[in-house]
Design a protein around this ligand. Structure first.
Ligand SMILES: Cc1cc2nc3c(=O)[nH]c(=O)nc-3n(C[C@H](O)[C@H](O)[C@H](O)COP(=O)(O)OP(=O)(O)OC[C@H]3O[C@@H](n4cnc5c(N)ncnc54)[C@H](O)[C@@H]3O)c2cc1C
Length: 448
């Protein structure tokens, strides 16, 4: 009798194959891919995750973990396989010293709510706190503090995982280090994260948010370079915005945030010295209100129904020397014209020496820029937008760009090899060792 036979009967009884469960597991934030699984398992322990993987592996059944469900293109789906819905593995705490234990199905909003009473927060948060811990750690996680502290995944001290081979392990840089580094920003190819220990840092209670406006891209990028490298702000992002008076022009806005000590406000003059913006404004906000700001947008978009529309999003990391050219190409491309009306374009710098997870891919150079083209499609109209993403990706790649793989972007196995470059063999080795049946993370289309 093999280990997979032993677990088969009780495990199969736990699978939810009701049509509504399968439908939900075949949907994600992208609303572009719909691959119903055979069943959904809601594991309550690492042992149950292990049972599922031990059952699925020898049978070659695909398995995908689902935390917050915000994949863009079916990355968290397992057509004809098993979706592990981690909703029951979402405990947060305890907070001890400057660290917190979190289960992988928790949402970042709950993580922050649990750490703030201690005056602490993860050093980097993504813009949206409704995403899941497991999903963000496997993609990497970029946000306004990344120019100082790197990826969300870079604050992980330890992981508890179950590998595709069904092995239950605790890993860290010191213990099973190769596995630890293959899981973080590793797109769920080798293991399911069950729990993470995160490093925390002191959180302010108040912040001052500055919006600095620029009429031209070159001036904007020059100031973004300065701000990323001198690191005067705690948080640094920015946007391209359609100019109001003209048909096709764009303007640019740095969004920068400094902690506010209440009685001692930030020194505006020092923070804004040497910059070339044309206009500026600032607002004081509570820290949680600022960190959780996308929740308000979500509420509005849920009310209009657009939250549930297709989201053909494209995230690219641009080298500094071609950033202006790639951005101009995309913003003047008729295939992306809808960005002027309903989209959002994020454009902000990252300091590469802070981005540590080895499987996180980015262009070379001291500074790179995240370009996020965030579009919403009316139902049934997204296919040409996904095709435009592909064309934009190829053009950008020819100019040295790399995908930030939280995208609605068809990628072939050959694209993935190019994406990983010299790290492909590291990932392939970890894959064959820890997921020998190739059942995990098939939604990315790496073609193992
Ligand atoms: C409104 C919005 C704003 C966003 N803003 C940002 C941003 O500012 N910065 C940024 O970096 N990203 C941002 N994202 C992208 C988001 O971080 C990714 O899409 C992330 O992968 C979503 O995680 P999830 O858990 O919600 O999704 P899921 O679909 O549940 O998971 C995403 C992927 O991770 C895998 N996975 C999930 N849990 C586990 C686990 N425990 N073990 C192994 N693999 C697992 C899934 O199988 C899937 O492949 C944003 C997304 C949205 C919808």
């Amino acid at each position: 009798m093999t280990s997979s036979d032993r677990v088969s009967e009780p495990f199969v009884e736990l699978l939810d194959s009701r049509p509504e469960a399968l439908r939900e597991a075949a949907e994600d934030f992208g609303r572009l891919v719909c691959a119903p699984p055979l069943g959904v398992l809601r594991p309550r322990s690492a042992a149950e995750v292990g049972d599922a993987l031990a059952y699925a592996g020898p049978r070659g059944i695909p398995v995908a973990a689902r935390a917050g469900g915000h994949s863009m293109y079916g990355q968290g789906q397992a057509g004809g396989g098993i979706v592990l819905d981690l909703g029951d593995l979402s405990a947060v705490g305890p907070v001890t010293g400057e660290r917190v234990e979190v289960q992988a199905g928790a949402l970042w909003r709950d993580v922050l709510a649990a750490t703030l009473p201690y005056g602490l927060a993860p050093p980097v948060l993504t813009d949206y706190l409704g995403a899941g811990v497991g999903g963000v750690l496997t993609v990497g996680g970029l946000g306004g503090a990344s120019h100082r502290h790197g990826l969300v995944a870079d604050s992980v001290l330890e992981l508890e995982v179950v590998t595709g081979a069904g092995e239950h392990l605790v890993c860290s840089p010191e213990q099973h280090g190769a596995l630890f580094h293959a899981v973080l920003a590793g797109l769920g190819q080798v293991a399911v994260i069950v729990r993470a220990t995160l490093r925390l840092s002191p959180a302010p209670t108040l912040v001052r948010r500055y919006c600095l406006y620029y009429p031209d891209l070159d001036g904007y990028l020059a100031d973004q370079h300065l701000l990323a490298t001198d690191r005067r702000f705690a948080y640094l992002e920015g946007q391209a915005r359609p100019a109001e008076d003209t048909a096709g022009d764009w303007t640019y806005m740095v969004e920068a945030v400094a902690p506010h000590q209440g009685a001692i406000p930030p020194d505006d003059r020092t923070l804004l010295a040497g910059l070339s913006f044309a206009a500026s404004e600032s607002t004081d906000l509570g820290y949680f209100e600022f960190a959780n700001r996308v929740a308000t947008d979500e509420e509005v978009l849920r009310a209009t129904g657009e939250w549930l529309h297709p989201h053909p999003w494209l995230n690219l990391l641009l080298p500094e020397d071609t950033a202006a050219s790639v951005v101009t190409d995309v913003l003047t491309d008729p295939a992306f014209r809808d960005l002027r009306g309903t989209g959002l374009v994020l454009l902000y710098p990252l300091l590469t020496r802070t981005l540590r997870a080895p499987l996180f891919r980015r262009p070379p150079g001291e500074v790179v820029h995240l370009l996020a083209l965030l579009r919403t499609a009316a139902p049934g109209t997204a296919d040409p937008m996904v095709a435009a993403n592909r064309t934009a990706y190829e053009n950008a790649r020819a100019q040295g760009a790399v995908a930030y793989p939280a995208n609605a972007l068809p990628m072939s196995p050959g694209d993935w090899r190019l994406h990983y470059g010299s790290r492909w063999s590291t990932l392939a080795e970890a894959k064959s060792r820890h997921d020998p049946h190739g059942i995990l993370g098939r939604g990315h289309g790496m073609g193992w």
